[in-house]
Design a protein around this ligand. Structure first.
Ligand code: ADP
Ligand code: MG
Length: 286
């Protein structure tokens, strides 16, 4: 079963069509097509410099492609600002969680919920914490309780985020993004810096999120995680999509195996040094 057969009649939640991105003479993306159907987990993999972050930038509105188009629910949003995309239901998490040291776990989730009802400045509100000054509505407590429960954060809801393990910080960031009520979430290397148990928790959370109908697109170095979690995977290299398919198809793809899944593919596994660096930067938030 490929996603194309299965979702052939439905309009993708998020779609890139023929996206080319040039930086001066460098072609960072060349005619890339990608689809994120409703409620699916889609992985984007490729070695360093392949163009993954550039594609995320194009999808989230930080970069305008040189040519090509981006659509949400069939509506073209190629030139739309990140705030406009957020209002249409696009949320994202960052490689290094950006949380407020002085706020509790619960306040972070409540913040996401409140900016949802005060959308004019959703992005800056999330980053500055200004959303907390928006008045609370009647459903807030119940929705925040529900999210805390779902993410297993209830027992630490009143703790400040200072000093939380990186894996827990990631869950808080995901909770805040979910509280905005997104249709699609973009996640940049969500498992980077996590230990095995934390990565498993994260994967379970991502599955639950998708079961609730939120589509996930994530960039990930951890290829085994991608293959075990995703419904469909895109592989890019030097800005070109070299493969796409179900995890089984990707595993069986000779070119992908040779280039990325073999023993020699240390590029796609996070090094201990990178993991330490990520853990340190998370600690800096404290
Ligand atoms: P990945 O995320 O897959 O590691 P990137 O999307 O960051 O790759 O980069 C793809 C290519 O585009 C690289 O060669 C990178 O140096 C280049 N690049 C990315 N952003 C810029 C930029 N703002 N200006 C110039 N070159 C860039
Ligand atoms: Mg990158």
């Amino acid at each position: 079963m490929s996603i194309k057969e299965n979702d052939v009649n439905s309009i993708p939640r998020l779609e890139a069509k023929g996206v080319t991105m040039k930086f001066g003479g460098l072609v960072a993306l060349a005619d890339v097509d990608l689809q994120v159907p409703a409620g699916r987990i889609i992985g984007l993999v490729g070695p360093n410099g392949a163009g993954k972050s550039t594609l995320f930038g194009v999808l989230s509105g930080l970069l305008k492609p040189t040519t090509g188009s981006v659509f949400m629910d069939g509506v073209e949003i190629t030139g739309a600002a990140p705030q406009v995309r957020a209002r249409r239901g696009l949320a994202r998490t960052f490689q290094h969680p950006e949380l407020f040291a002085s706020l509790t776990v619960r306040e972070h989730i409540a913040l996401g919920y409140r900016v949802r009802h005060h959308k004019s400045r959703i992005v800056t509100d999330l980053i500055t914490g200004r959303g907390l000054f928006v008045k609370k509505d009647a459903d807030e407590d119940a929705r925040v309780d529900e999210l805390l429960e779902e993410l297993n954060l209830t027992n630490i809801q009143h703790s400040a985020v200072v000093g939380l393990p990186l894996g827990t910080s990631r869950l808080v960031e995901i909770g805040r993004a979910l509280a905005t009520g997104p249709k699609v979430m973009l996640m940049d290397e969500p498992s980077s810096g996590l230990d095995v148990a934390e990565s498993e928790d994260l994967a379970n959370t991502m599955r639950k999120v998708a079961e609730h109908g939120v589509s996930l697109l994530f960039v990930e170095h951890d290829v085994p995680m991608v293959l075990s979690l995703c419904d469909y995977v895109y592989v890019i290299d030097f800005g070109v999509k070299i493969a796409e398919g179900t995890p089984e198809e990707i595993r069986a793809n000779a070119a992908v195996r040779a280039a990325y899944l073999g023993e020699e593919s240390d590029e796609i596994h996070i090094s201990q040094a990178d993991a330490d660096l990520a853990a340190t930067s998370a600690g800096d938030l404290a």
